[in-house]
Ligand binder design. Sequence first.
Ligand code: ADP
Ligand code: MG
Length: 356
Amino acid sequence: MARITLDHIRHAYGPNPKSDKDYALKEVDHEWTDGGAYALLGPSGCGKTTLLNIISGLLQPSHGRILFDGRDVTDLSTQARNIAQVFQFPVIYDTMTVYDNLAFPLRNRGVAEPEVDRRVREILEMIDLSDWARRKAQGLTADQKQKISLGRGLVRNDVNAILFDEPLTVIDPHMKWVLRSQLKRLHKQFGFTMVYVTHDQTEALTFAEKVVVMYEGEIVQIGTPAELFERPSHTFVGYFIGSPGMNVMPAKVAGSSVSVGEETINLDYAPDTARAARVELGIRPEFIRLGRDGMPVSISKVEDIGRQKIVRARFAGQPLAIVVPEDAEIPEDARVRFDPAAISIYADSWRVGREA
Ligand code: ADP
Ligand code: MG
C-alpha cells in the first residue's frame, strides 16, 4: 500500500498550453494517505480520468511529480508502479475462460497455482460468477464482462493502490449496491489505498471516507461527506452535493452583516470580502426554518419527496428551496429564518472562513 503524493501536477493534452483553459488539469497538489478510500467526484469532463491515468502511469503529466511513499515514480510505467486499474469499460481477454482472465494477473507475477486457485475462487464468489468459471469470456453480457474486469483489479493483494474509473456504469442497480459493499469490505480487510472515480454523489458518499470534488480541472474540496454537506468550500460543491443543492444568492457584506436584496442577517463574524468581485450567501435547503416569523417569502410550489417536502419559494427576489419534514405545517403567510451558523459566505465562489 502506498501514500500517494501529487506534487504540483498540471496537464494539457495539446501542445503549447498558454492559459488555464488549455489545461485539462489546472493544478493538483495534494497527498493521499496510505490505506485511504477516496472517491473522485465531479461532472463529466472535469478531469477525473486524466488524474487517474496520471496516478497509474498511463499518462505523463505536463508538469509536476507523482510520489509513492515519498519515492518519485513520475517516469515509471504502470507495471513498475504496481497499481491495479479498473476501467469504465471492460478490458478482458475474450478467448480466455472467466477463470483464466482472473488468474492472469497472478500467474503473470509468478504466484503459485494453489494460491492462484484460492484467490480466483474467492473473487468468483464475490462477483457472483462461480458457475461461469470455465466459460469463455466471449459471448458474456456487458455487465458480466465488467464484473470480470473488476475482479481482475481485485485479485492481487500486493498492489500499491487500486484505481477504479466509474467501474459500475454498465452494472444493474442492485448488483451495483452489492459490489460497492464488497469493495468496502475488501478495503477494510486489506487496507488498500483505493481511488474510486464517479460522477454520482450517492456512490461517492457511500463508498469513500474522503471525497475529492473536482470541477473544471481543479480539486475544489476534499472532505468527509459531512464536511462537504455542512461547509462547502466552493459554490460548485454546494450545488453538486445535496438534492436539491445549496441555495446560493447574490449578497452584500458590511462588517458582520450580510444582505440579500432588502433582507439583512447578522452573522457572528465579519467575512473578509473586500477584494471579491462577486459575493454570495449560501444556505442548504435543510437548514432553513419555515414558520410564522422571520423574513417574508412567497411560496410557489410544494413537492412531496417521501419523508420530506421541498418548498419552492422566492426570497428577496431570488429562488429559494426549503426542505421540511413531510408532516410540517406550511403557514399561509410563511416566513423564513436562516440560522447564522448554517450560512456560508462566498467570495468569487470560494468560501470565506471565520478566521479571515
Ligand atoms: P472526466 O473523466 O472527468 O470525464 P477527462 O479527464 O476524461 O474527464 O477529460 C478532461 C478534459 O480533457 C476534457 O475537456 C476532455 O475533453 C479532455 N481530454 C480527455 N482526454 C483527452 C485526449 N486524449 N486528448 C485531448 N483532450 C482530452
Ligand atoms: Mg472519465
